[in-house]
Design a protein around this ligand. Structure first.
Ligand SMILES: CC(C)(COP(=O)(O)OP(=O)(O)OC[C@H]1O[C@@H](n2cnc3c(N)ncnc32)[C@H](O)[C@@H]1OP(=O)(O)O)[C@@H](O)C(=O)NCCC(=O)NCCS
Length: 287
């Protein structure tokens, strides 16, 4: 993203100013609108892969926050009957719904889904209702976002990913975080999973139903006899092809053992095999 160096400088320059000062500078809005256009087109991303590793573009989050400060409350109304009844929404005028047309070649199945301006949906993405894609999110080709799923702010979701019903992919805006959640190509995330706090799920991993991953959950790999955890320098990374299921482990200490207590923990039970492939095969007809 070297070609956006001057945009980055402008954004960081305006970022130190409060809303009242920004409203007096028309150029701030022009810069933000240009930045948002690039986010909408997927040309500017909160994180991108470079030499096999993910690099966070911290200024992108600053740009999104700039839009929050620049925005003024605006009411929008979706009429239902032509007599005043309908849905009213109130949000910052910098973040309306994303304008999506047939040319985008995505499917947003009717029923209460919303895609916020400043997010990217690649052609052939499918959204089942209701689902929400927040600002800064990037969702690549062929990905299915099933009902009740959230793609949080700045989350980066790869190609042919399946986010099953109820999956929550956390965002970076609040609570304050630096690293967006990253889900690489062909990952299958089972129903009701939660992936938070900058976790990286490498390609073709399978996250079993109900698994929660965040910066405080060590992941026990019983196939390779190792433990993965977030460190001060690096986020939690789920290796490529890992099959993660919801497990538990004993809590240390006399009181805990006296009461037989255990705590939830994700476990890598194995790495993808033919059985996993058949359990997670996607239905092309749905895409
Ligand atoms: C992970 C998953 C794909 C199974 O993968 P798989 O490769 O077929 O797993 P296997 O059946 O070979 O199981 C391997 C071992 O893990 C255990 N296991 C598998 N899935 C498990 C799960 N979700 N939770 C706990 N243990 C699990 C099995 O009991 C087995 O252990 P064993 O050898 O001691 O009997 C499946 O459990 C899953 O979560 N699917 C997602 C379903 C879903 O949420 N769909 C969304 C629809 S909207």
């Amino acid at each position: 993203m070297g070609q956006y160096e001057s945009l980055k400088e402008d954004i960081l320059g305006f970022s130190s100013l409060g809303a009242a000062a920004l409203w007096e500078i028309p150029e701030a809005r022009t810069v933000f609108d240009h930045f948002k256009q690039l986010l909408n087109a997927g040309l500017v991303r909160a994180a991108e892969k470079s030499g096999g590793e993910w690099v966070v573009n911290a200024w992108v989050k600053e740009g999104i926050l700039l839009g929050m400060r620049l925005g003024r409350l605006q009411e929008s109304h979706v009429p239902l009957d032509g007599h005043g009844a309908g849905f009213t929404f109130i949000d910052k005028d910098t973040y309306p719904l994303k304008a999506i047309t047939l040319d985008n070649n995505v499917r947003i199945v009717p029923g209460g889904s919303a895609v916020r301006d400043g997010s990217y949906l690649a052609p052939s993405v499918v959204m089942m209702p209701p689902a929400y894609v927040n600002v800064g999110a990037y969702v690549d080709e062929g990905t299915m976002i099933d009902s009740h799923a959230l793609v949080g702010s700045c989350a980066q979701v790869g190609k042919k990913v399946h986010l099953s019903a109820g999956v929550q992919v956390g965002g970076v805006l609040e609570p304050v975080g630096a690293m967006p959640v990253i889900i690489e190509d062909e990952v299958m995330v089972g129903g009701n999973c939660g992936i938070y706090e900058g976790t990286i799920v490498r390609e073709r991993a399978v996250i079993g139903t109900g698994v929660i991953l965040n910066g405080s959950t060590p992941v026990y790999d019983i196939a390779l006899n190792t433990v993965y955890r977030k460190t001060a320098e690096a986020p939690l990374v789920i290796p490529a092809g890992a099959v993660v299921v919801a497990g538990s482990r004993k809590i240390k200490g006399d009181f805990a053992s006296e009461h037989g207590l255990s705590i939830y923990t994700p476990v890598i039970i194995k790495y993808r095999d033919e059985r996993t492939d058949s359990a997670t095969a996607l239905e092309e007809a749905l895409r």
